[in-house]
Design a protein around this ligand. Structure first.
Ligand code: CA
Length: 473
C-alpha cells in the first residue's frame, strides 16, 4: 500500500515535472549571420585555405543546405527579408543602405516580435543595417536587448576619431547608449552573446548574432592570422568568427542547452574583396549570379533533423522565420503573408513536394528568377541571360539565344511575381547602376573573366565614370 502510494506520488511528481518541462520546452533559437562570406570559405564548404572547426561541427550535427539562398545579394535588403520572412520588395526595401529617414517598414512584423509573442526573450548582437533612425532601432523592432551598430560596417577596433565619434551610427551601442569597447569587435559580439545565454538559460530565448565579419575593413586580430598560419586578414576574420561561435556553443553545452537549441548559420550575401572564393559559383556580392545570393547555410537542431545530411532542394533565408516560429509553437497565419515556409516537414520527409519551385531576386535595374535548375537574369536596357544550373553551376554558358521559349516562360513567371511588389522606396548611386550593367553584361559574354581581370575592368569603369562626371561639371 505504502509502496503503491509512493509510486503514485513519484508518478505524479514526475508527470508534473515533465509537463512543466514541456511547457517551458520551447526551443531556444539562434541565428548566426556572417557578412559577405565567400561560398567556399569554410571548412565544411570545402575550403583548403581555412579551418572552421566549430562551424564544421554544427554542420556535421545538422543539415547543410546546398542550394540555400538569401533574398538579396547585398546587406540591407537581405536582412530585411531575413527579419520579416517576406520578399523585401513587398515593402520597397530593395536597394542597399537605407538613407535617412528610410529603414525597414515599421508595419512589418519581425521574427523577433513574433517570437517575443511566444514568450521568448530576444536579443540582437552586431550589425543592424535596417535604418539609423530611433524608430527603426532593434529594441523597438522586437528585440529586448541590443549591443551593436545601427549601420552596415565599421572598424573592428574602437576609434574615437572615426566610427566611435559621439552620435555616429557606426558606433557600438548598448540599448541606445553609445559604449566603448576593448579589443576586437568580433570577440565582444561573441562575449555579449555568451553573457545573454548565461543570463537567460532558464527561459526560451532568441539571439540574433549578426557578425560584421568578414566584411571590410579587413582588420583581423593578429592572433587569429597567426593561429591559422596566414597573413590574409579576410581568412583571419573568418577564423575569429568561428572561434567566437565556438564560445557560444561552449556556453550552450555548459548550460545543458545543446539538446534544445536551434542554430541557423548563413551569410547575408556572397563574397567580395581581394581574396574571397565563391567557388564553384560564378559572380560575387551585389550581382545576380549564384555567387551573389547562394550562401553557406546550415540548420542545427539535435534530435529533430538527421545529423550530417545535405539537403539539396532550393531553400531561402525567408524560411528561417516560419520554420523558427513553427518550432516555437506559433501560428504562421499572419496579416501580411509570409513568403517563406516551414522547412522541417520537408527536410524530414513528412511533407511531399519541395519548399520552393521558384525563387526571385530584384534590385532596381537587375533581376533574376530560379525555376528549379533554370536561371534567368534580366538587366534593364540589355535583355536576358539564361542558364541551366544542372550542368552549368558557374553560369558560364548563356543559353538565351538557343532557347528563346524558355526565356519567355521564365520572363513571364518573373513578371507575374512582380505584379504585387512595390517600386523601391530609395535607390543607389549612378556609379553602382553603371557597374551593375557592365558587370552583368560583360560576364554574360566573357564568363572566363577572372576576378582580378574583372576588378581591373571595374576600376577602369569607375575612372571613366569619374572623368565623365567631371566633363559634365
Ligand atoms: Ca553583406
Amino acid at each position: 500500500m505504502k509502496t503503491a502510494f509512493l509510486l503514485i506520488l513519484l508518478g505524479l511528481t514526475f508527470g508534473l515535472q515533465s509537463c512543466e518541462k514541456n511547457e517551458n520546452n520551447k526551443p531556444n533559437i539562434i541565428i548566426i549571420l556572417a557578412d559577405d562570406l565567400g561560398y567556399e570559405d569554410l571548412g565544411f564548404q570545402g575550403s583548403k585555405r581555412i579551418t572552421t572547426p566549430h562551424l564544421d561541427r554544427l554542420a556535421m550535427g545538422g543539415v547543410r543546405f546546398t542550394d540555400g539562398h538569401v533574398s538579396a545579394s547585398v546587406c540591407s535588403p537581405s536582412r530585411a527579408g531575413l527579419m520579416t520572412g517576406r520578399y523585401q520588395q513587398r515593402f520597397g526595401h530593395e536597394a542597399n543602405v537605407p538613407p535617412r529617414p528610410h529603414g525597414m517598414d515599421t508595419q512589418e512584423r519581425t521574427i523577433a516580435q513574433a517570437l517575443k509573442e511566444q514568450g521568448y526573450t530576444t536579443a540582437c548582437f552586431g550589425k543592424w543595417h535596417l535604418g539609423d533612425e530611433d524608430h527603426h532601432y532593434p529594441t523597438v523592432r522586437g528585440f529586448d536587448h541590443f549591443y551593436g551598430l545601427r549601420e552596415g560596417s565599421r572598424s573592428y577596433w574602437y576609434d574615437e576619431t572615426k566610427s566611435d565619434k559621439p552620435n555616429d551610427p557606426h558606433g557600438i551601442e548598448h540599448n541606445g547608449i553609445q559604449v566603448k569597447f576593448e579589443g576586437h569587435l568580433t570577440d565582444r559580439l561573441g562575449d555579449q552573446t555568451v553573457k545573454f545565454l548565461n543570463e537567460n538559460k532558464d527561459q526560451p530565448f532568441f539571439a540574433y548574432l549578426s557578425f560584421t565579419a568578414p566584411h571590410g575593413p579587413l582588420e583581423s586580430k593578429p592572433e587569429d592570422m597567426e593561429a591559422l598560419g596566414t597573413d590574409d586578414n579576410y581568412l583571419g576574420l573568418i577564423y575569429g568568427m568561428d572561434r567566437n561561435i565556438g564560445k557560444v556553443v561552449n556556453a550552450l553545452e555548459k548550460n545543458d542547452l545543446m539538446e534544445n537549441t536551434i542554430i541557423w548559420f548563413l551569410s547575408d550575401n556572397g563574397g567580395i574583396g581581394p581574396t574571397y572564393s565563391n567557388y564553384p559559383l560564378g559572380g560575387l556580392k551585389g550581382f545576380k549570379f549564384e555567387g551573389g545570393h547562394r550562401v553557406p547555410f546550415i540548420l542545427y537542431w539535435k534530435g529533430h533533423v538527421t545529423a550530417g545530411q545535405d539537403y539539396d532542394q532550393m531553400i531561402t533565408s525567408l524560411d528561417i522565420y516560419p520554420t523558427s516560429l513553427a518550432a516555437a509553437g506559433g501560428s504562421l497565419e499572419q496579416t501580411r503573408p509570409l513568403d517563406g515556409v516551414d522547412l522541417l516537414p520537408f527536410i524530414n520527409n513528412e511533407k511531399k513536394g519541395i519548399p520552393h519551385q521558384q525563387l526571385y531576386w530584384r534590385k532596381l535595374d537587375c533581376a533574376a528568377i530560379r525555376d528549379g535548375n533554370w536561371k534567368l537574369i534580366r538587366v534593364d536596357d540589355y535583355g536576358y541571360a539564361l542558364y541551366n544550373l544542372e550542368e552549368d553551376i558557374s553560369e558560364a554558358n548563356d543559353l538565351s539565344n538557343k532557347m528563346p521559349e524558355k526565356v519567355d516562360e521564365l520572363k513571364n513567371k518573373f513578371e507575374k511575381w512582380e505584379q504585387d511588389k512595390m517600386e523601391p522606396i530609395w535607390g543607389e548611386g549612378e556609379i553602382y547602376k553603371y557597374m551593375r550593367y557592365n558587370y552583368h553584361t560583360e560576364r554574360f559574354k566573357n564568363p572566363d573573366y577572372s576576378d582580378q581581370e574583372m576588378k581591373a575592368y571595374m576600376n577602369e569603369m569607375k575612372k571613366k565614370l569619374k572623368n565623365k562626371s567631371r566633363e559634365n561639371e
